[in-house]
Design a protein around this ligand. Structure first.
Ligand code: NAP
Ligand code: F7E
Length: 364
């Protein structure tokens, strides 16, 4: 057979395989969860489409770090633009749609409540309307959040616990959550939600408290003199590991449409997470004082390594979250693999390696 014909045949076979692959669209692929989820879906043989919104600087760092940047079909998408969402769904007709795009930082939601509502609520509505109008048979996953429980009405929280949101972020997510169940009931759209409790990782945004701590402790080990400035040290979270949690998303979307809590059921204060990280960084942390005057000393160097700064207090905070994940455990067999000690160890190790120049973090 001549070479040109052979090449053409191989090209046709590759295209045939590609066209028969199951496809998934991830909104918010450049974020923490989007990156891990994309990696999982690619390893399962999915053709992955990822949405990226325009910016003046590149932001594919997480995807580069995970080695999957070249394996994704990127789609320009601004989720608040209905026509953009509509034509994306109409053209791709993905088997699965994971709606992870959101303004995710609670603190910013107090400063940008309208933008947060437009992205998180209208964005979700745009997707649901696009699915409804185009009539595509896509299954959809909505990224709901433990923040919807807010000032909690019972402990631990499960799928039946009423919501009591405490921030514009939480309100926008609760509204989007109700939209999903409404479109499910009213139009038979196959949409599910995962009510995910906080989940962290080496590629978590540096504005969130866990990564702020691990990264800035690594800076202190590398000679930084200024203590880390934190807000509410008494806040309690149920922290899990993001790569474990994206596995739950895949199980949820492939099950009959429903809502599932994803969590670890274990609680840790911000102060205790700080201590765990500091010990992992080779320090000997001790907190002294109360409220705004609380400080943490490193008993090896006698230096202050952390102090409270009221700038980081929120107008209203969520003080306690603890998720009961027994439903997803019973029905889908999911449970978390990594506990908070392991998470702290991995995050501190990564940031120490980054600052020592041992790994390229692509700016993440
Ligand atoms: P993240 O790292 O902040 O990523 C958010 C993603 O949304 C980014 O890709 C971002 O793109 C994209 N995005 C923001 N505004 C957009 C817009 N207007 N149009 C299109 N895309 C937009 O968040 P994450 O931690 O991966 O969380 C993923 C989802 O899970 C979010 O919906 C979040 O609310 C939810 N959730 C997260 C947690 C958690 O603990 N991580 C817990 C519960 C629920 P850019 O890169 O352009 O900014
Ligand atoms: O704050 C307290 C802060 O910003 C955790 C998002 O992924 O998880 C995340 O939201 C707690 C809060 O996460 C600082 O007041 C103290 O009580 O890391 P965070 P979050 O607000 O829980 C949920 C589930 C989501 O859905 C969100 O998208 O830590 N805290 N001092 C601080 N928090 C920050 N960020 N910075 C501080 O200095």
């Amino acid at each position: 057979m001549d070479m040109a014909l052979l090449k053409r045949l191989i090209y046709c076979i590759i295209n045939l395989i590609k066209n028969n692959m199951k496809s998934a669209l991830i909104t918010g692929i450049t974020g923490q969860d989007g990156a891990y989820l994309a990696k999982d879906l690619i390893s399962k043989g999915y053709k992955v489409y990822g949405t990226v919104r325009r910016s003046s600087t590149p932001k594919l760092g997480r995807l580069s770090l995970l080695g999957i940047q070249t394996k994704i079909d990127f789609i320009p998408l601004e989720i608040t633009e209905f026509s953009n969402v509509f034509y994306t769904i109409k053209d791709i007709k993905p088997d699965l749609i994971f709606n992870l795009a959101a303004q995710t930082f609670v603190e910013v939601s107090f400063k940008h409540p309208i933008l947060t509502t437009e992205i998180n609520y209208i964005g979700t509505l745009n997707l649901l309307e696009a699915i409804k109008i185009t009539g595509v048979k896509s299954k959809m996953y909505q990224a709901s959040t433990s923040e919807m429980y807010g000032e909690v009405l019972s402990k631990p929280q499960n799928e039946k616990t009423p919501f009591n949101p405490r921030s514009p972020y939480a309100v926008s997510k609760a509204a989007a959550h109700y939209l999903v169940s409404n479109y499910r009931e009213a139009y038979g759209i196959e949409a599910s939600t995962g009510i995910l409790f906080n989940h962290e990782s080496e590629i978590r945004g540096r504005e969130f408290v866990t990564r702020k701590i691990s990264y800035q402790l690594a800076e202190i080990i590398n000679g930084r003199d200024i203590p880390i400035q934190l807000g509410n040290l008494n806040s309690v979270r149920d922290w899990g590991y993001a790569p474990d949690f994206v596995k739950a998303m895949y199980l949820i979307i492939n099950h009959k449409p429903d809502d599932f809590v994803v969590s670890t059921n274990k609680t840790t204060t911000v102060r205790d997470f700080f201590k765990l990280c500091a010990v992992n960084a080779g320090l000997k942390p001790e907190f002294v004082g109360d409220g705004i005057n609380e400080k943490c000393y490193d008993r090896i160097s006698s230096k202050i390594i952390c102090e409270v700064n009221k700038k980081y207090y929120r107008p209203s905070d969520v003080d306690y979250l603890q998720g009961d994940y027994s439903k997803i455990n019973k029905e889908l067999g999911w449970s978390p693999d990594n506990d908070i000690q392991v998470i702290a160890e991995k995050m501190v190790r990564f940031d120490l390696d980054v600052l020592a120049g041992k790994v390229n973090n692509f700016g993440i």
